[in-house]
Design a protein around this ligand. Sequence first.
Ligand code: SF4
Length: 491
Amino acid sequence: MTLIPDPAAPPATGAAPEKIRCDACPVMCYIAPGQTGACDRYANDAGRIIRTDPVTLLTRALDHGGRIIPFAAATWTDGLVPEDSTVTGIGSGTTYPDYKPAPFIVSQQIDGADMVTVVTEAIFSYCGVKVKIDTDRHLGPEGATVRHQGEPVGHVTTAEYGSQMLSLGGVHHLTGGSKAEGRLTCAALLALCNGEAVDLTIDEGSTVTVQAGKPPIVDGIPERRMRVGCGSATIGMFASQWKGLVDEVVVVDDHITGVVSEHQAGKVIGWEPTGIRIKGHRSTPGRYFRVSEPGLGWGGTRLSDPLEILGDWNPKKGARPGLRLLMVSTTGEQYAYYELDDELNPRAMPLPPALLPTVALIDENCEPSLCTVLFMGGAGGSLRAGVTRNPVRLTRSVQSGETRLTSGGAECFIWPGGGITFMVDVTRLPQGAFGHVPTPALVAPLEFTLPRDAYLRLGGHDDAIRSLPDIIETGGEYPIAAKLHPKGGPV
Ligand code: SF4
């Protein structure tokens, strides 16, 4: 860390102690003694810059089924660090402005192989999160703007099977709009990545509270179930369960509404025609698109009364008084039972007890509705210079699989193609692993692990390689932070 006296500060001979300059990001804060910089990640501790969080070590705890767990302050004391511990980028500090080696370059035997792990906290202006919200409910039109505290922070993207998807952040929202837009985008991303709940509003749509690993709250109502499948899939799964108990089943779904007597699954097990008519676009037998508009009602439609999607019943094709009809949504949350009267109008009746288990089976087969947050960032920029003197070799090494990229110890998905564009499930990282700087940008931990000979071959900083015991003993760039962290955490 470079210490640069504040030119505006009074002379050192005066009573006021000097501020010093942090150069760990382009903001270049002058920090007074005992104070932290704008991001709270660095502080002036008696005239030296320290990182305010401890470096997080990870170990494979056998009593946790081999799952990687953070080495919490409560379970770590000096001298008791297991040999299989690995240093993560969390709390390691950053290489910015990247002309120098990464904060920790650790040599270690891993499964008998001589490996090197390079760790850093990377600053990402090019980053965002992809959010998967398990719900059938219509949250907003595709392409609609998603807002946080009134500022645009992303948009609704293509829906997936049983889930609505949001794409938040990205360089245009972080840096391309107003200051407020950039600040609130950064705040929303940081909170989501650190597992906090964030309220989002969607233009022409709903308000949704998103928290990684928790059920979404749509317009104030916690979502409970992810749908079992589309209406057609539901028919495919349960056609035989209904056989003999009812004459017709309609599974109402915003995407594909299924009708068992017409569906192939019903045909092959002998369902008779019923003369039913569905108002919607018939795709293939027993599969209907656009029976309604998207909404918060039955099966992600606007429907509160499912009978709205039925036309006149045709007696020439099987409709008859007394015909039994079950209508159910794709989560089993909504259902209704009818019998046709003498005029072939459906009359609502109590659900026969024999049908109750079939509706419960749909509900049972639905998975819990959750929010998933994947951080996505581009690690192909100047941070590579902290790893190697020849950055493109790192890119090639990651792309070839020789170098393993993790984020706070969590496995990353690397996008094929150019650069090092990766995604990571934020729930796989230890709590509070992400930070920010007010440029605005997010700070995320990264670890590059590869065989030592490969590291040297790709132009790695061989003179900066250190052993784990040495790092534990002497800390990193900021030894005071490593040994005397105020939270009493690990090195
Ligand atoms: S915002 Fe943080 S990292 Fe950037 S200069 Fe200020 S204290 Fe250092």
